[in-house]
Design a protein around this ligand. Structure first.
Ligand code: FAD
Ligand code: UDP
Length: 374
């Protein structure tokens, strides 16, 4: 077997960016992934000529110029700007909450002054109902931030579907920093830069992994756990933190989502990449139409079919895809105990969303991997 400087477990953005940096520094890397393909959660499957975001819609956004220049040096990014629409029983609203939303919600609202007046009246009602105490749950918090109309139509049921619980049983902090803008601006993110790699995320992953040896369908635990030191000097582990230690202190919890994907025999199904369904009428939270991430204007019609995915918030059970860490007190304390074990592992670097038990967007993951010493 060839001898490597690094065995990298996981070919997601952390593993791939680390591999890129190590290869540039003259190191030899073997990258393995237990999935049948490379790229972790940014992997896209081509269906009808459209890149389908198999593990959830991914929109790259950052204000970090170095990270933006780095990814663009590998593959240029397009001008996609995330501007989701909310559908509440057939009524359509722009998101995030901005002047477009307010004019759609209240037809007599035409100016920022009108909108502020309306929202302030409703906020005052909610604050008065609390009789001087602080908001104690998500419902009270949201009512105090945006008032009852927006809460009822755009927050309440969507949040209940997403978290599987009544808004009164959810903590207030989840919704504490809801963006409310009194300008006509539907751009969901506040970052300086955003877009999708031209040709899709797989191109980015291929560029990052150039010069490495790679194996797919290769699970670290069955193939290398006991003998990796015979293969490489160091290990970079981006799998689940608790699994590395055979769950010996207990299992960490995750949130997951599942997708129902289908092909529609028409060029343009919903006219936007993301539509949030904010009532209980539909069991799914969002519908993604993948082509709109990469096709604009006439390009949409040049591709005769389209692929859409319904997204369902699903309770995590062992064996499902671990998507979002549940950073509550129990899980944070348990992750901390595992991290103490991890710090004692010689020649092993734990990195990425699964191994650090931390929710990272893509840009911070790349930034973190680029700052690692190789
Ligand atoms: P991953 O991409 O999960 O890669 C880990 C890899 O390790 C996987 O391929 C896995 O198969 C492999 N692996 C695990 N265990 C083993 C093992 N035992 N042996 C071999 N291989 C193993 N970020 C944004 O910036 N914008 C977005 O719009 C966005 N949307 C998201 C939507 C969803 C549904 C989710 C879950 C995340 C989203 N993110 C988004 C975050 C983004 O996915 C992460 O920042 C990024 O994927 C993290 O990369 P990673 O390498 O840490 O993990
Ligand atoms: N949210 C909402 N209505 C929407 C979109 C979001 O009430 O149409 C709330 C919901 O509570 C959700 C939170 O805002 O949990 C963050 O949503 P976002 O889609 O921005 O983040 P993600 O779910 O991708 O972490």
């Amino acid at each position: 077997m060839a001898r490597y400087d690094y065995l990298i477990v996981g070919s997601g953005l952390f593993g791939a960016t680390f591999a890129y940096k190590a290869t540039k520094a003259g190191k030899k890397c073997l990258v393995i992934d237990k999935r049948p393909q490379l790229g972790g959660n940014v992997y896209c499957k081509k269906v009808e000529g459209i890149n389908v975001h198999t593990y959830g819609a991914h929109i790259f956004h950052t204000s970090n110029k170095e990270v933006w220049d780095f990814v663009n040096s590998l593959v240029p990014f397009n001008r996609y700007t995330n501007s989701p629409i909310a559908n509440y029983h057939g009524e359509l609203y722009n998101l995030p909450f901005n002047m477009n939303t307010f004019c759609q919600m209240w037809p007599d609202v035409k100016t920022p002054q009108d909108a502020e007046k309306r929202i302030n009246e409703q906020k005052a009602e909610a604050v008065a109902a609390l009789g001087g105490r602080e908001p104690q749950n998500l419902e009270e918090q949201a009512l105090c931030l945006v008032g009852k109309d927006i809460f009822q139509k755009l927050i309440k049921e969507y949040t209940e579907k997403q978290w599987g619980r009544d808004c009164k049983e959810l903590p207030a902090f989840i919704i504490k920093r809801l963006p409310v803008r009194f300008v006509f601006d539907n751009n969901y993110f506040n970052d300086l830069y955003q877009g999708i790699p031209i040709g899709g995320y797989n191109v980015l992953i291929e560029k990052l992994l150039e010069g490495c040896d790679m194996r797919t369908d290769c699970d670290f635990f069955t193939e290398y756990m006991d003998n990796w030191r015979e293969v490489a000097d160091k290990l970079v582990y981006t799998g689940q933190l608790d699994e590395y230690f055979d769950f010996r202190l207990g299992r960490l919890d995750w949130r997951t989502v599942s997708f129902k994907t289908r092909i529609e025999d028409m060029p343009n199904y919903q006219g936007n990449a993301v539509i949030n369904y904010t009532s209980h009428e539909q069991p799914y939270t969002r519908v993604i139409e993948h082509k709109h991430f990469e096709m604009f204007g006439q390009q949409v019609y040049e591709c005769p079919k389209t692929v859409v995915s319904e997204e369902y918030s699903t309770e995590y059970k062992h064996g499902m895809e671990p998507y979002y860490p549940v950073n509550d007190a129990r899980n944070n304390a348990l992750a901390e105990q595992y991290k103490q074990l991890a710090a004692k592992e010689k020649d092993v670097l734990f990195g990425g969303r699964l191994a650090e038990y931390k929710y990272y967007d893509m840009a911070p993951i790349i930034e973190r991997a680029l700052t690692m010493e190789v």
